[in-house]
Design a protein around this ligand. Structure first.
Ligand code: NAD
Length: 437
């Protein structure tokens, strides 16, 4: 099948590459010329495990191409995926300007039947808005608008796309249903479902999923904060509740608040949808409040330990990305923590395996950047762990002790066992567990 993907970011590039992998012919289009030029040379502008190999294979087989020309991309395509940004607007609602602008352009370009698929995360009713924009310029028999929210996780995006736990397709058109089934059937051969539903339910499903996960994280963060105050250990509590199938083991890790390009904006947007419909979604508002607070927890611990005197203190930071295996720093808790510590007069030396350039783009020379995790420790008053990259799990602790000025670790991700920290004589503060030494 001939496919166009509009927007070649984390979602669009993975979507395009994976559809090419199943034999389709894909043209990815983006307004960012630098991105397109890099991709034409086979260079992926984002870090996503497994993507580069897949991309190289499909470029070689001429199943995927890149352009900044929308007309060229959609001309022969039967299906047009919109994988465009939907960032938070000032009031917290999802800003639809990118999606609706492209819909306007498509209105001028479509001359034969196309399925226009919304892969962006968009509020309930957006399919109808896109259809209304297209209807102004083209006849109804020339298009169907489908909602097909994406559930991939950055860091394992390729795997998630190739083997989705479910695919959600919102459409009332039989013709579009058949085309979408043909496209997705190769990905669900193990028997995972494709749920065909109405577009409004599909749009709501994405927000409900992300908001539920954000709530699960926030619940555990609250439990962790209470564990600290009551002398319980959140690790045990997590395992104790997670083995109950009704609760499940995943997404129970406490930390420094959720971040990333999706949860923060999607929880805000769903809350706004509720307000627009005069519904007081109290649970969601609590999730927002709890997460805001949790992003401050580690700085509070540091200030308490150093008796509010952070002026001139030097901290090493390991991990900047909002989670491991990605270079994405959008709404990463690390950004707020860095800003808060700089405001207190501290100096920072940071390290992340892949997200450094993105952070440099944001903080420039206000902080220093280390070539490796140990260099960051040199002369530091404490180490902060903000992302649980694998390479931080079993480091050379003796080397760390040699480099750190004081043997102090603030661990926002509970990477180390308490007895190990006790044995190594580190002052160690984590989330929802006792302070060591
Ligand atoms: P992104 O910012 O990485 O990519 C969006 C791309 O669209 C950019 O490359 C940008 O240059 C391009 N673009 C903007 N305007 C354009 C235009 N007029 N024509 C062509 N290209 C244009 O965003 P993303 O993370 O891929 O997210 C896209 C959507 O998918 C969002 O709605 C997001 O909420 C949703 N989503 C993201 C994830 C994720 O993990 N990142 C997961 C599921 C859903």
């Amino acid at each position: 099948m001939k496919i166009a993907v509009v927007g070649t970011g984390y979602v669009g590039l993975v979507t395009g590459t994976c559809f090419a992998e199943t034999g389709n012919h894909v043209t990815c289009v983006d307004i960012d010329r630098n991105k397109i030029e890099a991709l034409q040379k086979g260079i992926t502008p984002i870090y996503e495990p497994g993507l580069e190999v897949l991309l190289a294979r499909n470029i070689k087989e001429e199943r995927i191409a890149f352009t900044d020309n929308l007309k060229e991309a959609v001309e022969e395509a039967v299906v047009i995926f919109l994988a465009l940004p939907t960032p938070s607007d000032q009031d917290g609602s999802a800003d639809l300007k990118y999606v609706l602008q492209v819909a306007e352009q498509l209105g001028d370009l479509i001359t034969s039947y196309k399925v226009v698929v919304n892969k962006s995360t968009v509020p309930v009713g957006t399919s109808e808005k896109v259809a209304a924009v297209l209807s102004k310029k083209i006849a109804p028999e020339l298009f169907d608008v489908v909602s097909n929210p994406e559930f991939l996780r950055e860091g394992v995006a390729v795997e998630d796309f190739l083997k989705p736990e479910r695919v959600v397709v919102g459409t009332r058109s039989e013709k579009a249903t058949k085309i979408m089934a043909d496209l997705y059937n190769p990905f669900v051969r193990q028997g995972n479902p494709i749920y065909f539903m109405d577009p409004r339910s599909a749009e709501m499903t994405k927000y409900a999923a992300n908001s539920f996960l954000a709530m699960k994280i926030s619940f555990m963060n609250e439990i962790a904060n209470l564990c600290e105050r009551t002398g319980a250990n959140v690790d045990w509590v997590r395992m104790g509740i997670g083995s109950d199938h009704r609760i499940g083991k995943r997404f129970l890790f406490p930390g420094i608040g959720y971040g990333g390009s999706c949860f923060p904006k999607d929880v805000l947007a769903l809350n706004l949808t509720a307000r627009e419909h005069e519904y007081d979604f109290q649970l969601l508002q609590s999730v927002l409040t709890v997460n805001k607070h949790q992003k401050k927890v580690i700085v509070q611990k540091i200030k308490r330990h150093f008796k509010d005197a952070l002026q001139g203190k030097r901290f090493a930071i390991w991990g900047l990305a909002f989670k491991p295996e990605t270079d994405d720093i959008r709404d990463a808790p690390s950004l707020e923590i860095i800003e808060a510590l700089l405001n207190e007069g501290a100096t920072l030396n940071v390290y992340d395996p892949v997200a450094m350039e993105n952070v440099r783009g944001r903080f420039g020379n206000r902080i220093t950047y280390s070539a490796n995790q140990y260099e960051a420790l040199d002369g530091a008053d404490a180490l902060l762990i903000l992302t649980e990259w694998s390479e931080f799990r079993n480091p050379d602790f003796d080397k760390m002790k040699d480099l750190l000025k004081t043997h102090t670790i603030f661990d926002g991700r509970n990477v180390y066992a308490l007895d190990k920290m006790e044995e190594l004589n580190f002052h160690y503060e984590s989330i929802g567990r006792a302070v060591i030494n």
